[in-house]
Design a protein around this ligand. Structure first.
Ligand code: PMP
Length: 412
């Protein structure tokens, strides 16, 4: 890894991403789909290769050297990731395949044991499907009620609605930090405090927050926090559930299998201590170890520099797209991070996405796994540009030029 501090958007930083060297439809790749998945810098790729070339062996099992090394790398990653998010105890970090699995884990352990008929789970209208459907499923099973904090036309939570929807029956409030569809940044510190004051458990979906700002789970003080590795420059198959230790210890295991047990007989099994109680089966240790590398790499850029760069790109994109007649920015939240959703009059977002792709510009088009957001704002889908530390003002200019060209092609 480079020891110099890389500057977001610089040629030197871009050179860390091998994929940026390729062409798409004979054009240089302009990748603006980072909210769906980020590209990977060379140190992360190198860490995966190093695992398979140097120390690959199953963790927690073997007595041989390679297994010991693999276990050291894996548990070292746990300690490192705990430090990155401000957790005081590595045992509070449960590794999962991603945010979806982490939320399902909480739904199937906390939800299954703590929800009774008539209890309530509170989410917001900004959630990704993965923070809706697991609650819908467990609420149906337990006879509990799913309640939703509404949003304004701008894409912000309706002021005061979260608090007024917290009732004596609310057992859990689960909400996203940053909306993947609109970029809305929710006031999660206030939200967790409001819930905590009423003894209500909280889960924060930090998927779209971790790539953009430093997290501190102690100052946030949510009971659970989840994120996926692949959106924060790490590999697929890696993800994190942070849970307060006493709470994790009080929950039953979810999946059964190897590593999550202390002892097994045909009559009865007993459980391993946390976090292993929640990590049944062989984990994706190479991905997890490389996720720790990704977080090291990102934080070495300096969070102020990361935030300033992102702010510059978002402001430029808002201005450039906003200046095109027929472009509508979807959602104008008070605080936005990472993504810009928009439509172009007379052109379906899927067509827009396809034409942009022919020009080398990769964006996302669709409902972004947030159909209720689209329904609420009265659009079937949007085009979404999402930014990362390797994007540049030239990328923003190319996006705007491609949208203008699409408008000309469609006579829109
Ligand atoms: N929450 C949010 C806010 C997301 O953006 C995503 C992914 N788009 C998820 C949850 C689910 O993440 P994964 O598919 O990696 O499990």
């Amino acid at each position: 890894m480079s020891t110099r501090r890389l500057i977001p958007g610089s040629a030197e930083l871009r050179a860390e991403f091998p994929i940026l060297a390729r062409e798409v439809h004979k054009r240089p790749l302009i990748y603006l789909d980072n909210a769906a998945t980020s590209q990977k810098p060379a140190p992360v790729i190198a860490k995966l290769v190093e695992c398979y070339e140097r120390w690959n062996a199953n963790v927690h099992r073997g007595v041989h050297k390679l297994s010991e090394e693999a276990t050291e790398h894996y548990e070292g990653a746990r300690a490192k990731i705990a430090r990155h998010i401000g957790a005081s105890d590595p045992a509070e970090i449960v590794f999962t395949r991603g945010a979806t699995e982490a939320i399902n884990l909480v739904a199937q352990t906390f939800g299954r044991t703590r929800l009774a008929a008539g209890d309530e789970v509170l989410i917001t209208a900004l959630e990704h499907h993965s923070n809706i459907v697991p609650w819908q499923m467990i609420c149906r099973e337990r006879g509990a009620v799913l309640k939703v904090v509404p949003i304004t036309d701008a894409g912000d939570l309706v002021a005061g609605a979260f608090e007024s929807l917290l009732t004596p029956r609310t057992r859990l409030a689960a909400f996203t930090w940053v909306s993947n569809a609109l970029g809305t940044v929710n006031p999660v510190v206030e939200m967790t405090a409001l819930a905590r004051a009423r003894g209500i458990t909280t889960l924060v979906d930090a998927c779209q927050a971790v790539p953009h700002f430093a997290l501190n789970v102690r100052s946030l003080d949510a009971d659970f926090l989840v994120f996926s590795g692949h959106k924060v420059y790490g590999p697929n198959g890696s993800g994190v559930l942070h849970g307060k230790r006493a709470l994790l210890e009080s929950l039953p295991p979810w999946q059964g299998g190897g590593d999550m047990i202390a002892s097994v007989t045909f009559e009865e099994s007993t459980w391993n201590h946390v976090p292993h109680k929640f990590e049944a089966g062989t984990p994706d240790y190479p991905a997890t170890v490389a996720l720790a590398t990704a977080l090291d790499w990102l934080s070495a850029l300096g969070w102020d520099a990361v935030a300033a760069h992102e702010h510059t790109l978002l402001a430029a994109a808002e201005e450039a797209l906003g200046a095109i007649q027929g472009v509508r920015l979807i959602g104008t939240p008070a605080h936005r991070s990472g993504v810009l959703s928009f439509t172009l009059d007379g052109v379906h977002p899927h067509d827009l996405g396809t034409v942009l792709d022919r020009m080398g510009v990769a964006i996302r088009a669709g409902h972004h796994c947030a159909q209720p957001v689209m329904d609420r704002l009265g659009v079937p889908a949007t085009a979404r540009a999402s930014f990362s530390v390797f994007n540049t003002l030239e990328d923003v200019a190319a996006l705007a030029a491609a949208v203008r060209e699409t408008k000309r092609l469609f006579g829109a």
